[in-house]
Design a protein around this ligand. Structure first.
Ligand code: PDD
Length: 281
């Protein structure tokens, strides 16, 4: 495996950044994840646009142009000979003597890329079986619209899910509404057959997959409400699913161990998964 670190492609086992990288010490950085289909980056522009926004919100300079970054990412995919998988890009504020405030003068941002292969057959089998989610109190900061590497609440929530035999954790806010998953956006198909997902004025990540799927849904003439739902709404729903670069469109069949409808993936989620994948290919 080959990684990219600050201008060089290096063997994955030898890829490293300095111990005083601000990503390591302060979580001062951002990331993006692209699904790779047939060796191509899915929703490429949407992820780049969000990367630029995350960086600008944190006042970190774009390390190189979008065009140059695209070429480097594609080269990383090519060198790893991955046709089906995930590309990970991380940009941190750079290496500087530890100090919470920004280094002055600024230092060059650190850029890291890794590429991983996905077993699509296994992923499809998991989708066909459906996955469980657990709920957990929303305890993240107020800027979840920024895709930062500060992922401790997400990591703890995901571990809670894993220990419960579930695949994702849904954060639930003070009003009892689901915000999103630890690494995905959350959706239901309600009793009237309407799709529902949290609106992006809420404190959530504006999922690129979510956005593309909204286009797919509108193209299919399905009704969608960008409106909050509770875990009980999900349990009373016809279907539920999650979206993200890692999960694509993944049916959810239980919440906190209780089944949704008859506990199997619903037809809408399965159809949207197929449509999303066909479009990304
Ligand atoms: N996670 N919400 C959160 C908190 C996420 O971390 C992600 C993505 C999403 C879905 O966004 P998108 O559709 O743009 O991938 C929503 C990535 C895949 C990760 O952390 O690995």
């Amino acid at each position: 495996r080959i990684a990219y670190v600050n201008g060089r492609f290096v063997p994955h086992g030898q890829a490293s950044v300095h111990i005083e990288d601000r990503g390591y010490q302060l979580g001062d950085g951002v990331y993006e994840v692209w699904a790779i289909f047939s060796g191509k980056l899915a929703d490429a522009e949407g992820h780049f646009a969000r990367l630029e926004r995350s960086l600008s919100e944190l006042r970190i300079a774009m390390p190189m142009s979008r065009r140059a970054l695209t070429l480097v990412l594609r080269e990383a995919v090519r060198r790893n000979r991955v046709t089906e998988g995930l590309a990970y890009l991380q940009v941190t504020r750079g290496v500087a003597k530890r100090d919470h405030a920004f280094p002055n003068p600024p230092v060059p941002p650190s850029v890291v890329i890794t590429v991983n292969r996905t077993d699509r057959a296994a992923a499809d089998a998991r989708a066909a079986a459906g996955v469980g989610v657990v709920t957990t109190p929303e305890n993240r900061w107020g800027r979840c619209d920024i895709k930062t590497v500060n992922l401790l609440p997400n990591a703890l929530a995901k571990q809670k899910a894993r220990e419960a035999g579930a695949v994702e954790a849904w954060f639930v806010d003070d009003l009892g509404f689901v915000t999103e998953g630890a690494s995905s956006n959350a959706w239901i198909v309600d009793r009237d057959g309407r799709l529902r997902t949290r609106d992006t004025n809420a404190n959530i990540l504006r999922g690129v997959t979510r956005n593309t799927l909204l286009e797919v849904i509108r193209g299919e003439g399905l009704d969608v409400d960008e409106r909050p739902f509770t875990p009980d709404d999900a349990l009373a729903a016809r279907e539920a699913f999650i979206t993200g670069a890692g999960s694509l469109v993944l049916p959810v069949v239980s919440v906190d161990g209780k089944p949704i409808a008859n506990g199997v993936p619903g037809p809408v989620a399965m159809r949207l998964r197929r449509l999303y994948i066909d479009r990304a290919k």
